[in-house]
Design a protein around this ligand. Structure first.
Ligand code: AMP
Length: 282
């Protein structure tokens, strides 16, 4: 037995719905996603629900955050299954705009996040965070959201979004949610479905290697040695590339030379064309 779920396609309809809810004194929570939903996405809905009266999930594969040669065209899309999953967890509305709805004719503005977006994912995906920051502001504005929630799975993205909302005085609270993992420790991701059986087995090593390096850091391993040892362990395990393996301050995301209880290990590795992101508190 699943609850009724509203499907909204246009910014105008979403604004009307939000207006009705706000007029009734209800608080609105937004869960932005690109669809191909998994238990990580669903955990965001569970986390935001106690803080709001209505939960809106947006499903929008945002072209402006994909670079040339990335997987925008082939990004997994399965709206029927997503709708079933969302009805099952009791989301109140699903917002599924088209690209033309979000970027209307003549659209010309883009948000350029500062230094927090420059390194790691920002360095490997030029322009990615401009696209993310811009679309997230648009989605939050379109939904008139009181709270929006993002996963720590995309740790730098969460930091960029917090900074953007603060800098632009967007009247929204941003919540972060811990990473939902598969039983072998791999962070749940829509892109995991790109992996072959053999690649999927290898992917489970990412988190194991991270945990091992973190425990060695706690036993006194130096940060620079941890970075080189972690990178080597990933390459030796069979990953095709390690885009970065960094120990950074959990807020500024700047590289650290010592660990001080407020650090994060963040990595992105590649198997073939698939990039897999993970991070952990140290
Ligand atoms: P995506 O659909 O990949 O753009 O992700 C939508 C939101 O879900 C983002 O805030 C992600 O950080 C979050 N998310 C994706 N995977 C996970 C996960 N395994 N655990 C927690 N949050 C996640």
């Amino acid at each position: 037995m699943t609850a009724a779920i509203l499907r909204i396609n246009t910014p105008t309809d979403l604004a009307d719905l939000s207006h009705t809810w706000h007029s009734a004194g209800l608080k609105i929570g937004l869960v932005p996603t690109m669809g191909a939903l998994h238990h990580g996405h669903l955990s965001l809905i569970d986390r935001i629900r106690p803080h709001v009266d209505k939960v809106v999930v947006s499903i929008f594969v945002n072209p402006t955050q994909f670079g040339v040669g990335e997987d925008f065209e082939h990004y997994p899309r399965n709206i029927d299954r997503d709708m079933e999953l969302l009805a099952g967890v009791g989301a109140d509305a699903v917002y599924t705009p088209t690209v033309e709805h979000v970027y209307q004719s003549g659209f010309a503005t883009s948000i350029e996040p500062g230094a927090i977006a420059a390194r790691m994912e920002g360095a490997h995906r030029p322009g990615h965070f401009n696209g993310v920051a811009t679309v997230v502001v648009k989605l939050i504005n379109q939904a008139r959201a009181d709270i929006a929630i993002f996963g720590e799975k995309d740790y730098q993205q969460l930091a960029v979004i917090r900074q953007t909302m603060r800098d632009l005085d967007v009247p929204v609270s941003i919540m972060g949610a811990p990473i939902a993992r598969e039983p072998d420790g791999l962070a749940a991701s829509s892109r995991n479905m790109y992996l072959s059986t053999e690649q999927r087995l290898l992917a489970g090593q990412i988190n194991k290697i991270m945990r091992k390096i973190i425990s060695e850091l706690h036993k006194g391993l130096r940060v620079d040695d941890a970075v080189s040892r972690g990178t080597k362990a990933l390459l030796d395990a069979g990953f095709d590339a390690v885009d970065y393996f960094e120990i950074v301050d959990a807020d500024t995301l700047l590289p650290q030379t010592t660990i001080d209880g407020h650090c994060r290990l963040i990595t992105t590795v590649r198997i073939g064309k698939v990039r897999l992101l993970d991070n952990m508190a140290i």
